[in-house]
Design a protein around this ligand. Structure first.
Ligand SMILES: Nc1ncnc2c1ncn2[C@@H]1O[C@H](COP(=O)(O)OP(=O)(O)OP(=O)(O)O)[C@@H](O)[C@H]1O
Ligand SMILES: [Mg+2]
Length: 506
C-alpha cells in the first residue's frame, strides 16, 4: 500500500509517510485530486470532472487541460516512477480516473467511520467505547473540509454533511461523557456550545442534564428557559418533543435523568493468575509426594499476593495453615510460625510452647538447641502433607526468617510447601531479609513467582467483560494494580449512589 495520507479537512494536503507535504499545484489541479479522493477506489468519469470543475464555462481545450493536470498529479504522487511504467495510484479507468488508495488513507473516511462507530457504541450503551471512538474521530477534524473548493458545486454537499456529522458527533460525545459521570467538566463546554449553536436543541438538553446531575436544578430549568426564548424570539418555534421531555423530567425530578450506574465488579473470580495457580498446584502435588519446598510470591502492594495465596489455599486439597507476619518489632519471635502451628491444634501444643519460649533443650549448646527447635517445628508441621502460607514475609522477625532458611534446605524431603508472599523492595530490605532471600535463592527447591499487573484485557475481564474502552481508561489510571482498580471502582460506585441519593432527597 502506498503510504500517502489525504487530508480533506482544513487546507487540502497530501502527506507522505515521512511527513513531507506534496506540492499539488494550482487550484483546479488540486480540485481534481480532491474530487477523486472523495471517492477512493471508485471511477470518477471525465464528464463529471469537467462538469464539476468548469460547469458551463469549459473551453474547447478542456480535455487536454484535464489530462495535463492528471499527468502532473501522477508525477507528484509517484515521483520515483520510471518512464513508461504504468501509474499505480492515479489510474486511468474508462470512462475516467480512479484514485487507488485505501479508504483509511482519506481523513474524511476515517472521520465518518469513527463517528459512526461512536454512535453505534452509544446506542449499545457502551459509553467508554463511544467516548474513545468519538474523541479519536473528532481529533481528525482540522477545520471545515474542502474549504478552498467551496466555490465548486461538489464541495457544498460534502461541507454540509461533514459539518452536521461533526455537530452530532460532538453531541454524542457529551452524551457519553455525561453517562460516564464527567458532569462538572462538561458544563462549561456545553455553555460555550449552546452559545455557538443556539438552535441545536440537543445541546440545550445535554446542558440541562449536566446541570441537573451536578445538583443545579434551578440552573437546569433556567437553561431550558433560555433555549425556549432563543427558539421563540429568533425562529418563532416551540422546543421539539425531546427538549420538552427533558424539561418535564427536570420538573418531575425524574429518575430517567440519573446517570447509568457504573458496571458491577465481579469480585468472585480470580483474574489473570492461571499460570501462577497452575504452578502452585504442581508444587503442591510434589509436596504431597514428599518433595516440598518454598514458593515466594513477590509483587508490589495490592498486586494480589494474598488473594493468590487464598485461591491456592482453597484449591490445595491438603491442610493449609496460615501465618501472617506483622511489623517485626511489634511481634514476638517466630510469630508467623507460631500461628501456623496453633492452627494444627492439640498435636502442636508442645512445639508451640517450646517455640514461644524460644528455646530447645536449655542444657544444650545454643546452636544445637536452635537446630532442635527448627527440627521440631518442621516435624510437627509436616507430619502430614501441608501448605504453610507465610503472608507478608517482608515483615517477618529475624528468628522466623532463620527458621525459613532452615526449612528451605530441608523441605525437599518433606511433604510441606511454604508459600511466602512479600513485597520486594530491593535496596531497602533489612539485611536479615536480604540475606534470607539470597540464601533461599541458592536452594534448588525454592522458586519465585512474580505477579504482573493486570493488562487492559484483564481489567476488562475484571469488569465482567465490560466496555473495552472503559477498561482501557481504568487501566491507564491504575496501571493494572488490582487494589487501585478496586478502590477506583468503589469510588465511582459511591459517587454514583451519592448522586442518586442527592437526587431522591431533593
Ligand atoms: N487476580 C485477581 N483477581 C481479582 N481480584 C484481585 C486479584 N488480585 C487481587 N485482587 C483484589 O485486589 C485487592 C488487593 O489484593 P491483595 O490484598 O491480595 O494484594 P497484596 O498483593 O496482598 O497487597 P499487600 O502487599 O498490600 O498485602 C484485593 O481486593 C483483591 O481481592
Ligand atoms: Mg497481602
Amino acid at each position: 500500500m502506498n503510504p500517502l495520507e489525504f487530508q480533506l479537512f482544513g487546507p487540502f494536503e497530501v502527506g507522505t509517510a515521512d511527513g513531507e507535504r506534496l506540492d499539488l499545484g494550482p487550484r483546479k489541479q488540486r480540485a481534481v485530486l480532491a474530487l477523486l479522493a472523495l471517492e477512493p477506489g471508485r471511477i470518477v468519469s471525465m464528464d463529471r470532472l469537467i462538469d464539476e470543475l468548469w460547469a458551463d464555462t469549459a473551453p474547447a481545450s478542456v480535455i487536454g487541460t484535464l489530462q495535463a493536470y492528471i499527468s502532473h498529479l501522477r508525477r507528484v504522487l509517484e515521483p520515483g516512477r520510471a518512464p513508461r511504467t504504468p501509474p499505480t495510484i492515479l489510474l486511468t479507468r474508462e470512462p475516467g480516473y480512479l484514485l487507488a488508495v485505501e479508504p483509511e488513507q482519506i481523513d474524511l473516511v476515517r472521520f465518518t467511520a469513527g463517528t459512526e462507530q461512536g454512535r453505534q457504541a452509544l446506542s449499545r450503551k457502551a459509553y467508554g467505547e463511544a467516548l474513545d471512538a468519538l474523541d479519536r474521530a473528532l481529533a481528525i477534524w482540522r477545520g471545515e473540509p474542502l474549504a478552498e473548493f467551496s466555490a465548486y458545486g461538489f464541495a457544498q454537499p460534502v461541507i454540509a454533511r461533514m459539518t452536521e456529522l461533526h455537530a452530532s458527533a460532538t453531541e454524542d460525545r457529551f452524551e457519553a461523557r455525561l453517562a460516564l459521570g464527567h458532569t462538572g467538566s462538561s458544563i462549561a463546554d456545553l455553555e460555550r456550545l449552546v452559545e455557538a449553536h443556539p438552535y441545536r436543541e440537543r445541546l440545550w438538553g445535554l446542558l440541562a442534564l449536566a446541570l441537573y446531575r451536578a445538583g443545579r436544578q434551578a440552573d437546569a430549568l433556567a437553561a431550558l428557559r433560555r433555549a425556549r426564548a432563543r427558539l421563540a424570539d429568533d425562529l418563532g418555534l416551540e422546543p421539539g418533543p425531546e427538549l420538552r421531555r427533558v424539561e418535564q423530567a427536570v420538573f418531575d425530578q425524574s429518575v430517567t435523568l440519573e446517570a447509568p450506574p457504573p458496571p458491577k465488579v465481579v469480585t468472585a473470580g480470580l483474574i489473570a493468575r492461571e499460570p501462577q495457580l497452575r504452578r502452585i498446584a504442581d508444587r503442591l502435588a510434589e509436596a504431597g509426594r514428599g518433595q516440598g519446598g518454598v514458593l515466594l510470591v513477590a509483587g508490589e502492594a495490592g498486586i494480589g499476593k494474598t488473594r493468590l495465596a487464598q485461591a491456592a489455599a482453597d484449591a490445595a486439597g491438603m491442610r493449609v495453615v496460615w501465618g501472617r507476619c506483622v511489623e517485626a518489632d511489634a511481634a514476638p519471635a517466630f510469630w508467623p510460625w507460631l500461628q501456623a502451628l496453633r492452627a494444627l491444634g492439640e498435636r502442636a501444643a508442645d512445639t508451640v510452647r517450646r517455640l514461644s519460649s524460644g528455646s530447645g533443650d536449655p542444657a544444650a549448646d545454643p546452636d544445637v538447641a536452635l537446630f532442635d527447635l527448627h527440627e521440631r517445628v518442621l516435624g510437627t508441621l509436616a507430619a502430614e502433607p501441608v501448605m504453610v502460607v507465610l503472608d507478608d514475609l517482608h515483615s517477618a522477625d529475624a528468628a522466623s526468617l532463620r527458621l525459613l532458611r532452615y526449612a528451605a534446605r530441608e523441605l525437599h524431603r518433606r511433604p510441606m510447601l511454604v508459600l511466602a508472599t512479600l513485597r520486594p523492595e530491593p535496596g531497602r530490605e533489612p539485611e536479615q531479609l536480604a540475606d534470607t532471600l539470597a540464601a533461599l535463592a541458592r536452594e534448588p527447591g525454592t522458586e519465585r513467582l512474580r505477579l504482573p499487573p493486570f493488562s487492559p484485557r484483564d481489567v476488562a475481564a475484571y469488569l465482567g467483560g465490560a466496555d473495552p474502552a472503559l477498561a482501557e481508561a481504568l487501566y491507564r489510571r491504575t496501571g493494572g494494580n488490582p487494589f487501585y482498580l478496586g478502590e477506583l471502582l468503589r469510588l465511582l460506585t459511591a459517587s454514583a449512589s451519592t448522586r442518586s441519593r442527592k437526587r431522591s432527597a431533593t
